[in-house]
Design a protein. Sequence first.
Length: 144
Amino acid sequence: MPNKSNISAGFRRLAEHGIKPSLQRLAIMDYLMEHRTHPTVDTIFSDLSPSMPTLSRTTVYNTLKLLVDKGVILQITIDEKNCRYDAVIEPHTHFRCIGCDAVEDLSITPPAIDTSALNGCEITDTELYLLGYCPSCAATRRKE
């Protein structure tokens, strides 16, 4: 058994959620924790497959589904074309640039909901997505 200092943050996170840390699961979890770009399945597969020739898109998809189902990561549907994935599970806001399609975290906590207007509905999650132009795309638009 490796000592604690040799165990990756991804390994610890999987273990905390009761997930058996296979090589593929570790690679995907570590990737998400290192790359805060909110990648898609295809991005993760493209980036990891050169060093893991036996990795398949299906394995990436199934691993991400497991991680979402166990609450280890978030699935973000800010983009109508793709699901994206985020290792930051604390409440926060996402911004998507409609110019370059980048998605980034903002340190804005989603607003509290007035529960008196819910007619008995039980809220289990809230997500706040902001759409607009990143500074680079906004500058380009101003020049046009």
